[in-house]
Every structure is written in C-alpha cells, then in structure tokens.
Ligand binder design. Structure first.
Ligand SMILES: Cc1ncc(COP(=O)(O)O)c(C=O)c1O
Length: 360
C-alpha cells in the first residue's frame, strides 16, 4: 500500500502533478523549452513578489547543490556559517570542503540563530558571506531571518547573506525583498510538493556581482554562468525537463491558491500539530521559534515511533523519527506541501488511537 508522506521531505506529491512528468521531452535549446522555462521563472517572480533586483533560477540538483554554489561562487575570503542543527552543519562543512575559510557560530540544537549572536561574530571577524538555515529540518527550529538580514544590511552592507530555506520556501512567509537576503534556496521535494531533483534559487544582483569577482567557481556551481543563461530562459547544462513540467503545474496551483493562503494553510497545520504535541509531549524547539512546516516533538513519553509507523503504514501513512543525534529523543511530523489541516487532524486522530493518548 502507498504510504502518504507526513515526513519533512520528500512530501506527498499529487497524482495530477506526478502525471505532468509523463509528457514528451523537448530539446533544452529549443524555443519551446525557453517558453516553458521562462514561464516558470515568471511564475516564481509573481509568487515570491520578486523585485527587479532579485532573479529566480532553477537548478537540476537538490538543495545541497546550493551549499556548493554559495561556497564556490559567493565566498571570496571568509565565511561565517551559523550552525544550529544537522543541515546548517552540513552547509558549514561544505564551505570548508570547498576550501573556503569558514568560522562557525555554534548554537545549541533546538535554539534559533539570533541577530545579536550573528552581530557579535561579525563585529569580531572579517566575513564576506554569512550562511543561515531558516528552517532547521533536523530540529524544527525556525530562525528570525528578517532580523538577521536587516542587521546585516544595515551594519555590514558588503556581506552577502545566503539562506537555506530548503524546507520552508513556498510554505512559510519568505518574500526575499521584505527579508533583505541575497540568496534563498529550496529543494522541490519539500513545500513545493514535487519529486526531489530540482532546487529553486532566488538571487540578488548584488550576489551575482559578487560572484563575478570570485575565481574558480567550477562549472555546475558557477552562478555567473547560470544567470547568463537565464537571460535566454535556458540553463547552462541539460535540465530535468520532466520535473520542470511538474514545477510549472505546481506554480499554477500555488498561484491559484495565493501566497497568503498557502502560508495560512501551513500555519494552521503547524498550530494544530503543535497544540496536540504540547498536550501530550513537549516541543523540541525553544518557544517562539517553532517551524510552520515541520513539528519536532520531544518524545517525553518514550513512545515507540518505529512501531507507530508500522501501524500507520497499514493505514497508509508515514511520519518521521528524529534526525541524527535526535533520532530517539524526538519525532517529527512534516506538514508541508499540499497537506491540509483536515488531513493532519485525521492522521493525528490515528496516532491518538494507536498510542492511546486520548485517555491520558
Ligand atoms: C534545511 C535543509 N537543508 C538542506 C537539505 C538538503 O537538501 P537536499 O536533500 O534536497 O539536497 C535539507 C534536506 O532535508 C534540509 O532539510
């Protein structure tokens, strides 16, 4: 039986979107492709209310590719990587693996990255790039990205801020021009509710200008080349056209739903899940910084999540254990993409029944 995915990515993909991928292929240097690709980037521009100085692009390659793009194309001398979980740690490690000098702002798991802590680091070191994970999927913590970005724009205008919004873009409220970040990226298997394999990047002209001054940008990670091809509504290398068909469809659906309603839907799912979690367990993130797309719950009752998933599987659903070091301590419910609060309610009722929580 197919298990519907309530994990924090990949999330459930509707049949209508899956079927888009069965369309006949087209050549990526044909006019037909530019019409498709340019249409999608126009839709991204509309949906994310992009101002003229912020350009969308789509990479064939998941969100992790953007760690490499930032390392290779953006970091010039030295980066500050803000780490508060497994994915932000991976970003820091990627910068270092690409040979870029990187300092780490290390924040305890479960806590958010705060503007004051970033400011203190920036006061004491010379950095040209800062990386922050907006929504740490491993801990369910959402960091106050607007406060961080505004502090950087105000006090360190030469610094480029790159934001991993892999599990929050197109779910949480993230309008790049309102935030004031330079690069924000997301994988398609999260809030975009598509299969994995693509990533969406929204990039400021400032960041593209920076890239022009950075040597050894590589090939697949060369942001300058990517945006040269954007001018022709093409990608430098062969893209996954089938996934682009699916993304085109998803953008139509997102635009029809509207940005505000997509956000409200995610917020409602988060509120419902987190109220339930607080009643029976406790939330892992520090209060006030809970993600709207993934709830990371402290398993204070030591319930067996593996056994739960076996029973949920019989009913056609799957939730997630904790990530990495938090595997046994927490469990996670992903409420991103096309899910609705009614569906979440339905699955939580099943969990109540399996774990006999109603009577607690
Ligand atoms: C916050 C965050 N960043 C980065 C990644 C890596 O993305 P991908 O697996 O699409 O490369 C993930 C994956 O779950 C994530 O949740």
């Amino acid at each position: 039986m197919h298990k519907k995915l309530l994990i924090p990515g990949p999330t459930e993909v509707s049949r209508e979107v899956l079927e888009e991928q069965t369309r006949y292929l087209i050549g990526h240097r044909e006019k037909e492709f530019s019409t498709l690709y340019g249409g999608i980037t126009d839709k991204l521009t509309n949906f994310f209310q992009l101002t003229a100085d912020i350009k969308p692009t789509i990479t064939t390659g998941s969100g992790t590719l953007w760690f490499d793009i930032v390392a290779r194309s953006v970091v010039k001398q030295k980066a500050l990587a803000c780490v508060n979980g497994a994915f932000s740690k991976r970003a820091a490690q990627t910068l270092q693996a690409c040979g870029k000098e990187t300092d780490v702002l290390d924040v305890e798991m479960g806590k958010a990255i705060k503007a004051d802590a970033v400011a203190e680091k920036l006061e004491n070191g010379k950095y040209d790039t800062v990386t922050v994970c907006h929504n740490e999927t491993s801990t369910g913590v959402c960091s106050p990205i607007k406060e961080i970005a505004q502090m950087i724009r105000r006090d360190y205008p030469e610094v480029i801020l790159a934001v991993d919004a892999v599990s929050s873009l197109a779910g949480d409220k993230l309008i790049p021009s309102e935030i004031g970040c330079d690069i924000i990226f997301a994988s398609t298997q999260k809030c975009f509710a598509l299969p994995p394999g693509l990533a969406v990047g929204l990039v400021s002209d400032r960041a593209i200008e920076r890239a022009k001054t950075v040597p050894n940008r590589g090939a697949y990670t060369d942001m300058v080349e990517m945006f040269e091809f954007e001018k022709k509504h093409q990608t430098p290398f062969t893209p996954n056209v089938s996934l682009l068909y699916a993304l085109d469809k998803r953008m139509d659906l997102l635009l029809a739903e509207t940005y505000e309603r997509v956000y409200q839907r995610h917020l409602n799912m988060a509120k419902y899940t987190q109220e339930w979690a607080k009643k029976h367990f406790e939330m892992f993130p520090e209060p006030g910084y809970e993600s709207v797309t993934v709830s990371c719950i402290n398993n204070t009752q030591y319930k067996n999540v593996k056994a739960l998933n076996q029973q949920l599987a019989d009913r056609g659903y799957l939730i997630s254990a904790g990530y990495g070091a938090l595997a046994d301590k927490t469990f996670r419910v992903g409420h991103m993409g096309e899910w609705t609060v009614e569906c979440i309610q339905h699955v939580i009722n099943m969990i109540d029944e399996i774990w006999d929580l109603k009577s607690n």
